[in-house]
Write a protein that binds this ligand. Structure first.
Ligand SMILES: Cc1cc2nc3c(=O)[nH]c(=O)nc-3n(C[C@H](O)[C@H](O)[C@H](O)COP(=O)(O)OP(=O)(O)OC[C@H]3O[C@@H](n4cnc5c(N)ncnc54)[C@H](O)[C@@H]3O)c2cc1C
Length: 473
């Protein structure tokens, strides 16, 4: 990208732009372990201000990187290039239509905060990234965030019905998903531009408002924690539970797995001492308020897979489920903290985000561990969304040399994962850290088409430079 003079920071947008070093520093980190300090920070309070900023940025070819909660694991929400545009001040609920089950909100609202406000009205906004207390809605849309309960409800994309987007030019566009049942006009990728921006990691436009589809709040939810002495049994249990979803024997909304190393971290947390076994499956099921969970169906499945049935934990109210979620959340959070301690030596936490079709999960984990062992690395901490064939493996690289070995092992793993029909990144996006993996998955034809869309919407490359693009050469 050719850079012209940056925005004169004393211009019309002065009231939202700061070059104060302390402010710039405050927006220089996300959860990736990278530090990138922006030239200036803008904190607009309205969509009109965002449009002003983008018009001026377009005129001076100044880079603009959007940021929400800055919980990105991939360096997507930080930059050392131009303006960091924090949307956090735009955090209003604009309109709730209880009849249609729709809400229109600004992008800076916290995901968990929004969910609590909607729950008070009897509605569920289903996406539940583990980071929901840190993440903002705009960031979650830009990453197409998912979570444990995506097993039942899918990722964020499924719940977004419309977007207001400020383009790189400063133009504002209103987009709604078509209500058509039939349509043959144009190529399929252009049918619904809402999808272009979901998962685009700030590279195609700035989301300034979103309309979301809501579900009725479930009457009751019960969580179960099922320990196993053998991880292989836990993995077979997960596949059997997926089969049980198909036959109606069980109806899990999540199937989360923790391996022995992740369990050690959980046990260090308050209340985690009861999470026993060498592997642990956490599941939740919704059921009517006047009926208890069909525990017998789960017990039969657990017994058939040699679970430690006497040590099964039951989380039968909201507070207990929240505590379980916090313990699960502590696993990636602790690993990030441990990795950050090695930044001075060139180390960091490295987390994988690959996924495979769920019946192949055990095979894929074996492949990954073989690659890791070949490079003489200790086994990573493994946890995550086993029901979707999507585990996370977290490493702590203690220095630059180990980081290189970890990344080599991951590259070898990902090549095999792709051959198994998998993806290199199922929920955290590509950002800056994973962009070298993009060409492993997308063919030259797909990359060309994707580049054409970027070129059409952001010809000067001012939006989130370094995100997604830059690793394909
Ligand atoms: C402990 C932990 C657990 C996590 N668990 C999960 C998980 O379970 N599932 C999951 O999907 N992710 C998870 N993440 C990753 C991350 O939290 C999510 O991707 C989250 O949705 C990002 O939201 P955010 O508001 O923090 O976005 P940010 O980090 O601020 O930004 C993320 C990306 O979105 C872009 N962006 C932000 N706002 C806008 C906007 N308004 N318009 C256009 N682009 C924008 C940014 O440029 C950046 O590329 C986890 C992270 C942590 C630290």
């Amino acid at each position: 990208m050719e850079r012209r003079d940056p925005i004169p920071y004393h211009s019309v947008v002065t009231h939202t732009l700061s070059t104060d070093p302390a402010v710039r520093q405050a927006y220089a980190a996300d959860a990736s372990g990278l530090i990138l300090t922006p030239d200036a920070v803008a904190r607009p309070a309205s969509a009109a201000e965002v449009a002003d900023i983008m018009r001026e940025a377009a005129a001076s070819t100044t880079a603009v990187t959007a940021a929400g909660g800055q919980s990105s694991m991939t360096g997507g929400s930080i930059t050392d290039h131009g303006i960091l545009l924090s949307l956090r001040a735009m955090d209003r609920v604009l309109d709730l239509d209880p009849v249609a089950g729709r809400v229109r909100v600004e992008p800076g609202i916290g995901v968990a905060d929004l969910k609590r406000r909607l729950a008070a009205e009897g509605f569920l906004f289903a996406p539940d990234p583990t980071s929901e207390e840190e993440a903002a809605l705009g960031g979650s849309i830009a990453c197409n965030a998912s979570g444990a309960r995506s097993l039942r409800y899918g990722a964020t994309r499924r719940h977004v019905t419309g977007l207001t987007v400020v383009l790189a030019s400063g133009e504002t566009v209103e987009l709604r998903r078509p209500a058509l049942e039939k349509n043959t006009v144009g190529y399929a990728p252009v049918h619904d531009p809402v999808d272009w921006f979901i998962g685009s990691e700030g590279t195609l436009g700035i989301v300034v408002a979103a309309e979301l589809a809501l579900l009725p709040l479930p009457e009751r939810v019960t969580g179960l924690g099922i320990p196993f002495a053998d991880e292989a049994d836990a993995l077979r249990f997960v596949v059997a539970a997926r089969e049980g979803m198909r036959t109606g024997a069980v109806a899990p909304r999540c199937l989360e797995l923790l391996d022995a190393r992740a369990l050690e971290l959980v046990r260090a947390g308050e209340g985690g001492g009861q999470w026993l076994g060498q592997a642990f499956v956490y599941t939740e099921e919704e059921h009517p308020g006047d009926r208890d969970l069909d525990f017998d169906a789960w017990l039969a499945l657990a017994e058939a897979h040699h679970a430690q049935v006497d040590d099964i934990l039951v989380f039968d109210d909201d507070a207990k489920i929240r505590t379980a979620r916090l313990l699960r959340h502590d696993v990636p959070a602790t690993m990030a903290e441990r990795g950050n301690a090695f930044a001075p030596q060139g180390g960091r936490r490295v987390g994988t985000d690959w996924a495979v079709p769920y019946p192949r999960l055990a095979e894929a984990i074996g492949v990954a561990r073989d690659c890791i062992a070949r490079h003489g690395l200790p086994l990573p901490v493994m946890y995550g969304h086993a029901g979707n064939g999507h585990p996370h493996m977290d490493f702590v690289a203690h220095d630059a040399d180990e980081l290189h070995r970890v990344e080599t092992a991951i590259r070898e793993t990902l090549e095999r994962i792709i051959a198994m029909g998998g993806t290199v990144a199922a929920e955290h996006g590509i950002g800056k850290i994973k962009r070298q993996w993009l060409p492993l998955q997308l063919s030259p034809m797909q990359l060309t088409a994707q580049r054409a869309l970027k070129q059409a919407l952001d010809p000067d490359g001012i939006l989130a430079p370094g995100n997604v693009w830059g690793g394909e050469g």
